[in-house]
Design a protein around this ligand. Sequence first.
Ligand code: IPM
Ligand code: MN
Length: 351
Amino acid sequence: MELNIAVLAGDGIGPEVIDQAIKVSDAIAKKYNHKINWKPALTGAAAIDAVGEPYPDETHTICEAADAILFGAIGHPRFDNDPSAKVRPEQGLLKMREKLGLFANVRPTFTFPSLIDKSPLKRERIEGTDFIILRELTGGVYFGKRGRLDNGNTAYDTMTYTREEIKRLAIKGFELAMTRSKKLCCVDKANVLESSRLWRETVQAMEKDYPEVTVSYEFVDAVAMRLVQWPSEYDVLITENLFGDILTDEASVISGSMGLMPSASVGTDNKLYEPIHGSYPQAAGKDIANPLATILSVAMLFEDFRLTKEAQAIRDVVNKSLAEGVVTEDLADGRKSYKTSEVGDWLVKNI
Ligand code: IPM
Ligand code: MN
């Protein structure tokens, strides 16, 4: 197979972890006779510096033309501490999600046998944890009407959803549940929010189309609690944008390191893969960041192109590196640690 992949390395540790993911992907491609054409493009603070905006049209054109997009991270402290900044890297991320129609964000949480004791939760709580949060990504309060009233002394943001937006996300949830344990949890706040009542109503009406799937409806506050109490009880969860943002950060620490969790954002025409972690500016340029979340994101990419053996080969070699302690300092626990690039080299050698 020949794949054209747009590479948006972005800011902070983005370029370093992306470099390792490219090395590993090329090694897999070589082993299984594929060809990957990488098309780099600017995004984030790096793009603001170069052309004055975080998601330039040229980048959008490259993304649209590609079969898939591999994304590093965006964000820079110089914007975080300046509430008056007119352009911010994060705007690029939101614009990209909207313009590429990436309405479903797939964020898995699973554990690694060799890292179970790194989790902040007790072993017996997390053993067997393997769930996926499907977060709606192009609607809700992130994209609703917002503004100021009363001479700037009142501010509002609105959470708006259409039945269609809920339905297309829920279809992905039901379909994913069908390939797994056939359990779907719809996370909302239907005891308070009208938009949540529309979520519930819409998903309830779809149940008859998926008779094998057992659907539960739970309030987001209760899910926030149960996710850390009984994470292994969950399988596929669907939820709106902001709830999903919060729950997926919570979920990402269950495995023991945020540096491990991959994600995909998909729409009708485009697919984007990225690590869950951010740009981690304190580590930028030091060759210490954990590249595994980005590398596991490539495994998700391969999986979506039905390159199942290739995806499994990535997961296997990642597991091997963890088991043998070839890890960056975040996972080393005072033992010998390896540089970002050394982990990448080791993975390539072992592929
Ligand atoms: C994420 C991030 C973004 C979000 C920010 C950077 C805008 O937190 O991808 O989860 O809130 O969606
Ligand atoms: Mn987030």
